[in-house]
Design a protein around this ligand. Structure first.
Ligand SMILES: [Zn+2]
Length: 205
């Protein structure tokens, strides 16, 4: 696309019905370390994989983010951070879940690649917003891991960047499920819609 792409202005939150060509699916951090058996496993985290695989075909743009850390990253406990070591670059734990359909991805965004920088959001320190605008994307739908950290931050940043934004509730899982209701209320207050994979795919073609 050229520089003629219009800037995306904030729009009223929508109740999404069906995805289309100008919608993007953002698959957040569906990596081995965040799935059962991983270093920072989210309970039932791998359950989102088939849901996201099925949804991908309905979107004009499919993005996957990857947490991608140096071995002594500032977010790790040994460096005073809150988390056990996870998603260390070029290790199996940082790879996508083996069942995620990589062929459906248009774009992969890696984040928090510098020792001193952490990033929960796929927009933080990346060119994701510009990449989406260049593709004509106006609405963003977010799923993946984890609901209460990187999905939350990614959805908030998408909204702040001017995209109509929704979280796909059945396509995400929380580190602390008890935090989910508060997050959902905060999303509504921020103009972020809540939807489900069924709502996105049930309308007729
Ligand atoms: Zn991380």
């Amino acid at each position: 696309m050229s520089a003629t792409t219009e800037p995306t202005e904030p729009t009223e939150p929508t109740e999404p019905t069906r995805a289309h060509a100008h919608d993007a699916l953002i698959i957040v951090d569906v990596q081995n370390d965040f799935c059962p058996g991983g270093a920072l496993a989210v309970a039932d985290g791998d359950a989102v994989v088939p849901i996201l695989n099925r949804l991908a075909a309905h979107f004009g743009t499919v993005v996957a983010t990857q947490d991608w850390h140096p071995a002594a990253h500032s977010s790790f406990v040994a460096q005073g951070g809150p988390w056990p070591p996870h998603c260390i670059a070029d290790t199996p734990g940082a790879e996508f879940h083996p069942d995620l359909d990589l062929g459906a991805l248009d774009l992969v965004v890696r984040k928090a690649m510098l020792t001193a920088q952490d990033a929960y959001s796929g927009f933080d320190g990346t060119d994701l917003a510009a990449q989406l605008r260049a593709r004509g994307v106006r609405r963003v739908f977010v799923g993946g891991l984890a609901l209460d950290y990187c999905v939350d931050a990614t959805a908030r940043d998408a909204r702040a960047a001017g995209f109509a934004t929704a979280v796909i509730l059945n396509a995400t899982r929380a580190v602390f499920p008890e935090q989910a209701p508060q997050k959902e209320a905060a999303w509504r207050a921020a103009g972020i819609a809540l939807t489900t994979s069924a709502a996105l795919t049930s309308a007729t073609e």
